[in-house]
Ligand binder design. Structure first.
Ligand code: MN
Length: 196
């Protein structure tokens, strides 16, 4: 499947003459795949966790956001693939549009794939299809290993996002509370809402 086919549902849901969200792709690929976590104050507040794979951003909506505590299992609902350019999107999606509300780039960086089977690396897109993926995130706020495991298939696939128990794990931290601002612009959700 090409990136263009993968983004069909993303495009169908949006009117690009009305929403400031990107319609297409960013040019070129970086040496390391990227990830982004976008705080999204829509009907309900959630964090969209997105991993670059196969030329798109594979996406999950995580109501509570990522935790640094390996004992916390965070619900992650799979959502449609987004274009790579979406990783830089911060702003207001207008009323009446899909996902209407404020989007803030909460964290971003690159990642390494840690998914293995029988001692061999499993490509991320294949790992997502099989419902089990492990990655090492190098963000500005979150770092270290995370696993995503599917527990429910069908529409609105249910997954669990869990911090792996490594040197970056820290049960005392609560980054979604202590670091609410955008890593792109330093703004809060309220400041983005006012500016747009
Ligand atoms: Mn969202």
């Amino acid at each position: 499947m090409t990136a263009s086919d993968a983004l069909k549902r993303y495009r169908e849901k949006r009117d690009f003459s009305r929403t400031p969200e990107p319609s297409g792709d960013r040019e070129g690929a970086l040496a390391r795949p990227i990830f982004v976590v976008q705080k999204h104050d829509a009907r309900t507040l959630h964090y969209d966790v997105r991993l670059e794979a196969d030329g798109v951003l594979k996406s999950w909506a995580v109501p509570k956001g990522p935790s640094t505590d390996p004992k916390e299992r965070r619900l992650a609902v799979r959502t449609e693939d987004h274009p790579l350019g979406y990783a830089e999107f911060e702003g207001v999606i207008p009323e009446g549009e899909y996902g209407a509300g404020v989007v803030l780039v909460w964290d971003r960086g690159t990642y390494r794939n840690l998914t293995e089977r029988g001692g061999r690396e499993v490509p991320v897109s294949e790992a997502i299809e099989s419902g089990h993926v492990k990655v090492w995130l190098e963000g500005e706020k979150i770092r270290g290993g995370y696993s995503l495991v599917r527990f429910r298939g069908g529409r609105g696939e249910g997954w669990l996002l869990v911090k792996m128990d490594d040197g970056e794990a820290d049960a005392r931290k609560d980054l979604t509370s202590t670091e609410p601002r955008s890593v792109l612009t330093g703004r809060t959700l309220e400041e983005i809402a006012e500016a747009d």
